[in-house]
Each structure stands twice: as C-alpha cells, then as structure tokens.
Design a protein. Structure first.
Lengths: 207, 391
C-alpha cells in the first residue's frame, strides 16, 4: 500500500533514536580530546631520527649521507654534513648531521626517505598533534626535535622495530667477526672494536 | 489558583496596562502582545535548532552537539554570535534593494501569521472573523520573499531554487487550503477561536478533536504533507537541495541575513504547526477532560513542539523527492484526495450522528486511498523511474 515504506522508515529511525540512548555501542563517535582510540601500528605521518642509547647527539644513527635529502619528492629535508667524525654503532668513525631539518608543512608522508636510508636512521612517526601557532618556525623540525630514541620506535611500531634490531644485530655480528678475523694476526689493532662492543645496536645496554 | 495559572499572561498584561492612562491601553496592549510573540517564537526557534541537531544525531547514531554549555544547549547562542559577526556579502551585480528586503519580508510575513493563532484561552492577538483567510494570505506572501531573494541575487542557483520553491509552494498551497476547508465546513467558521471552541467539548473523557473523525484524520495527514512542502522541509526541500543548488534561493546570503532566512523558515514551521494544531488537534484544549486543569497555553505549545519533533523525525527519515515526483504527487494524488475528502466531509455532515457516518466515510476514504495509490504507483511518473538508456 502507498505509504507503507514511509512508516517502515519512520520505525527504523525511531529505533535508532531510542537505541542510541539505551545501548552505548550504537554510538560510534570517539570524543577526541577526552577519549582516544588505541594507536594503530601501521599508521604513519612524519619522519623522525632514531638514536641509540641515552644521548641523542652521540647515539644518532644518521651519518649525513644525504640520500634522503636527494630522494625526498617535495624536498622538505635539509642536511648539513659535519666537519668532524664520530664513531657510529659499529664503532666506525662517521660523519653526523650538523643540521637536519624537516619542514613538515611540506612533507607529504610518502616514506621514501625511510625506504632509501641504508642506516635505519630515519623512521615514520605516529605523533599527530603537531598544531602550532607559528606556522613557519613551529613546523620546521630541527635535529633535536626529530631525534627520538629506539625505545620510542619500539613503542610506536613494535614489529617493524624488532625486524630492524635483528637486522642491525646481524650486521654488527658480521662486522665483529670481520674485525676479529682482521685483528687476530695483528693484536695491536684488537683494542679498537672493544669500546664499540659495549654499545650494541638497539641500545639495550643503555636502556 | 488554577484559573490564574491558565490566564496568567492575560492577567499579567492587564496588570502592566493598569499603570498606563486608559487612552493608551489598547495600543500598548497590542505592543505588549507583539513583543511577547517576537520574544517567545525566536526562543522556541533556538530550542528547536538544538533539538533538531541532537535528534538528527541520535537518529543517525551520533551524539550531536555537546560542547557549548551543559549538553550543548547553548549551541544556538554560539550560532547566533557566529552569524552576527560574519561579513555581510552582497553580490556586486545583485539588486541591492530587493536583496536587502527579501529576508525582512519573509520574517515580517511569517510573524504576521502568528497574529491570528489562539495560543491559549483568551490568548490571541487579533481575533479576526476571517482569521484562517488572513493566515493563508500571510503564508502565501512568503513566496514573494523567496522569489525576491532568488531573483535579486543574480545567481543561477538562487534563481533555480526560487523557481522550484514558488512552483512547489503554489502547488501545495492548494492542497493546504483544500484540506483546511473541510474543517471550515464542519465548524462553520473561519474564526480560529471558534474552531477551537468547537473542538473543546468532550464525550466522556474524549475530546471532539477533528483528527478523531475519518475526514479529519485524512485532512490532517494531507495537511501535514502540504505543510511540510509549504515550509520547504525535508523530504520536500528541493528549493534548497544542497546537493544540486548549493543552498537554493539563499545561496547569496551570508551573516545575519542568512540567519533571518533560517529564522523565517522555522517560524513558518511554527506558524503552520500552530494552525494545524488549531484546526485538527483541538488548539489549546486538553486531550482528556480530566486534564482540563492544566493551563491551556501549555497544551498549545506542547502540541506545537510535538509537531516540530515530527518534522525533525521526518527529516531524519525521508530522502529528498525529485521535482517531477513532487509535482505529480501534489496534483495527481494529494489534490484529488482533498477533493474526495471535501465530499466525504459533506457526507459526514448530512448523514447526521450515528454509526452510518463513521462506516461510510471511512470506507470511501480508505477505498479511494488504496485504489488511487495502487493505480498511481503503477504509472510511470509516480512509481520507480524506468531508465530508457541507462539500464
């Protein structure tokens, strides 16, 4: 009969209306600042720099190779290479970034920098509450603001971070074996890997 | 005490007027009434916007606004401040005078129609002999402002919206009038207070509201359809169909003029619900004889807000009609039904008291409704559209 559908529809909306007061699981709204949903592991927004150990400047994995700077499609990364060198995780003296800026107002979250980095030094963050009153300075993140510990990386992307740690440990083991093989005939150089051995990749010793 | 509660506003007015010299009293009384109407209905408008936003939210399993004030009840204050502080933009090539006047004409015309509505016992601004006629005259002049707005904006969306609005409002105006005429046939008066008095009688505990008769129920349902279309409410909101026309005839309005259109739309809903209440739902009379002690104005405004809730409920339920469906529905279904209803009303009157009038009138109405509904749903312009090329 004409009008039947209207009555059915009215009944449906009435059910929704009444049901939303009775059962809380009908309401899908998350009232954001007060309520939050658990972070999703696969989420990503802007890059950050990983460091091992407690000191962000000493433990920075980045060696200022500038691959990410060259690969970045919107050109939002700016790196200045240091003049001197510091030992990296494997104990090898390396350059480090004297300046590392990412303009996150330009960044398009493509993750290409992460994919090209041979040192597992740059990773994607999940921090999204980045609004600021200063749209130029506030969104231009420098070295200090970008540096985040490996523990933090483990917290936001546990699976990925575990894989990265395993890979780094393997490399480290290989490097150690190589160093030992090289050091065996010449005991004079054996002292060199010793301080590096204290600093294992993943920063477990400093945790 | 109960008498006083019922007449509290009448007594209040008399008390206020007693401070004035006798010569000023008639004029001052009218001013007081007008001020009361101008204060009460916009306040109800504010309340309705919250109700609507929260109600629609609940219908869609959302929470609705809950940030401004406790439970979001101060939302209309925030909305008002926002619309007051917005820039008032008039298009460069618009007809500035008409563009300025259109929202004013709308609000004034809608406020005028409140003048004849009896909002309680002895609570009517002007008790006109032809109150119903006055109401419809004022209701029809809102079309003028809608077309003024659409034409003066010099915008294709505005003009299309205005043309749709005028076509729709004129079509449904016929239905609105025809469904109200049956009430006039029975009560024998165009005076709205008289129509309420006729319904304010009880058999046992049940009132003599016109909705409780076959012709009254049919008339009321058609009145609801026509009233929804007349006030451009969903599912008849084609004139402002945001998916195709931006905002229809008030596309080029911003700031407080936009708010005035919004106010006018809601006041129009209040007015037309008030008239529907007066004609079919017994106006300010109580739904049961033993509830007669509750002040009459509470019943009127209660019924008014109830019909607003029905409007909101319909908006949350029904999708928008297509223009040809709208026109076909008005001219090919509702209008013939109102004509049949007029005939049935006449039959009701001349069959006299008894079971015959109930049986015959109900049978005729139901039969016509079912048969016509079936026939129309089968026809091409009324039922689901068949696409010739895009199947």
């Amino acid at each position: 009969m004409l009008g039947e559908g209207i009555l059915k529809g009215l009944a449906e909306t009435a059910k929704n209306f009444a049901g939303s007061f009775v059962s809380a699981d009908r309401l899908t709204t998350v009232e954001y600042p007060e309520q939050r949903i658990a972070p999703i592991e696969a989420t990503r927004d802007f890059p950050f720099l990983v460091y091992d150990g407690g000191d962000w400047e000493a433990g920075m994995r980045c060696v200022a190779c500038q691959i990410c700077e060259k690969e970045c499609p919107p050109k939002c990364i700016y790196i200045e290479k240091s003049k001197d060198k510091k030992p990296d995780a494997l104990g090898k003296p390396q350059f480090y970034p004297a300046k590392f800026d990412i303009d996150i107002s330009v960044c398009m979250s493509c993750q290409i920098c992460v994919e090209v980095c041979p040192f597992e030094a740059i990773k994607m963050d999940t921090e999204f509450e980045l609004s600021t009153t200063d749209r130029f300075g506030g969104l231009l993140l420098d070295r200090k603001r970008l540096a985040k510990s490996n523990e933090y990386y483990h917290k936001v992307h546990p699976t990925e971070a575990a894989e990265v740690d395993a890979r780094l440990a393997e490399e480290k083991a290989k490097a150690d074996a190589k160093a030992k093989a090289a050091a065996a005939p010449k005991p004079a150089t054996a002292a060199k890997p010793a301080p590096a051995a204290a600093k294992t990749p993943g920063g477990e010793t400093h945790a | 005490m109960i008498e006083n509660a019922d007449q509290i506003f009448v007594l209040l007015q008399a008390w206020l007027l007693s401070f004035l010299p006798a010569a000023w009293r008639p004029a001052a009384g009218v001013v007081l009434d007008v001020v009361a109407i101008i204060c009460v209905f916009p306040a109800l408008f504010a309340l309705t916007t919250v109700l609507e936003r929260k109600g629609l939210g609940r219908i869609q399993n959302r929470i609705g606004p809950n940030r401004v004030g406790p439970l979001g009840i101060l939302q209309p204050v925030a909305d008002g401040i926002k619309s007051l502080t917005k820039e008032d933009i008039v298009p460069l090539r618009a007809d500035a005078v008409l563009h300025f006047l259109a929202p004013l004409v709308l609000v004034v015309a809608v406020f005028m129609s409140f003048a004849v509505l009896p909002m309680g016992r002895n609570m009517v601004l002007v008790d006109m002999d032809a109150g119903l006629l006055f109401f419809f005259a004022m209701g029809a002049s809102t079309e003028l402002s809608v077309f003024m707005a659409g034409w003066s904006s010099r915008n294709k969306y505005s003009l299309l919206g205005a043309m749709r609005a005028v076509a729709q409002m004129i079509s449904y105006e016929v239905v609105l009038l025809m469904s109200s005429v049956s009430v006039v046939m029975i009560s024998g008066s165009l005076r709205l207070t008289r129509i309420v008095e006729e319904q304010n009688q009880y058999s046992g505990i049940f009132p003599h509201w016109y909705i409780f008769t076959p012709w009254g129920l049919a008339g009321f349902l058609m009145y609801v359809v026509a009233a929804t279309a007349e006030t451009n409410r969903s599912p008849f909101d084609l004139p402002e169909g945001e998916s195709e026309l931006v905002a229809g005839y008030f596309t080029e309005y911003s700031g407080f003029k936009f708010a005035l259109f919004f106010l006018g739309e809601y006041l129009g809903m209040f007015a037309i619900s008030g008239l529907g209440t007066t004609l079919f739902l017994g106006g300010w009379s109580a739904p049961f004889s033993f509830l007669g002690w509750v002040p009459s104005w509470i019943w009127f405004f209660g019924k008014l807000m109830l019909s607003m809730c029905v409007f909101i409920w319909m908006r949350g339920t029904l999708p928008r009609l297509r223009q040809d469906q709208l026109m076909n529905f008005a001219w090919k279904f509702v209008l013939p039904m109102t004509l049949v209803n007029l005939m049935v009303t006449a039959l009701w009157r001349f069959l006299g008291e008894g079971w015959e009038q109930w049986v015959f009138c109900t049978a005729i109405l139901v039969a016509v409704y079912v048969l016509m509904g079936r026939a129309e749903m089968r026809s091409e312009h009324f039922g689901p559209r068949r696409y010739r090329y895009a199947e």
